[in-house]
Design a protein. Structure first.
Length: 161
């Protein structure tokens, strides 16, 4: 994932079906508290805004994206169009795309099946993934090899007298 200037928060586009807004807002609030700027449409689109242009600008300017999958997701054409753009950006620009499963057993679109997914109750793991943090412990620096010890054995013949 390409990260902007370290002083600028990571911007993440949140794609979801409107029926899932309360569950996604919980993730958005968690991300904001973790220093990540979530693009959550309910917070970004104001009355009178051109919805298509606002979403298009967000898709172009965010650093990563999260698609929330539920039983209702694929019934929504907006999400399907956003998914198309997000997949293209992942392939062509290397943008991170993380699927989050809001409902267990939800059908995952074929194009997302190769991607590791998070469960709908893992906002902390989502934050870690966006920051490229893993649960793997830090590996200590390689130990220096001790210098080989040299032993000198002197064998002398002694006169037995």
């Amino acid at each position: 994932m390409t990260t902007p200037d370290p002083q600028t928060p990571l911007k993440v586009f949140l794609s979801y079906h409107s029926a899932d807004r309360p569950r996604v807002e919980r993730f958005a609030r968690h991300l904001a508290k973790a220093g990540i700027d979530p693009w959550f449409d309910a917070w970004e689109i104001e009355a009178g805004d051109n919805i298509v242009l606002t979403i298009d600008k967000a898709l172009e300017t965010t650093d990563a994206a999260v698609i929330f999958l539920s039983r209702d997701t694929l019934k929504h054409s907006w999400v399907q169009h956003e998914l198309s753009v997000l997949i293209q950006q992942r392939i062509e620009e290397g943008k991170t795309l993380i699927p989050v499963m809001l409902d267990p057993g939800t059908l995952v679109p074929a194009i997302l099946r190769p991607l590791a997914r998070l469960a709908g109750d893992e906002p902390e793991r989502l934050t870690d993934a966006l920051y490229n943090r893993t649960g793997k412990p830090r590996v200590a620096p390689r130990r220096k090899r001790r210098p080989a010890r040299r032993f000198l054995v002197r064998v002398e013949a002694r006169d037995p007298r």
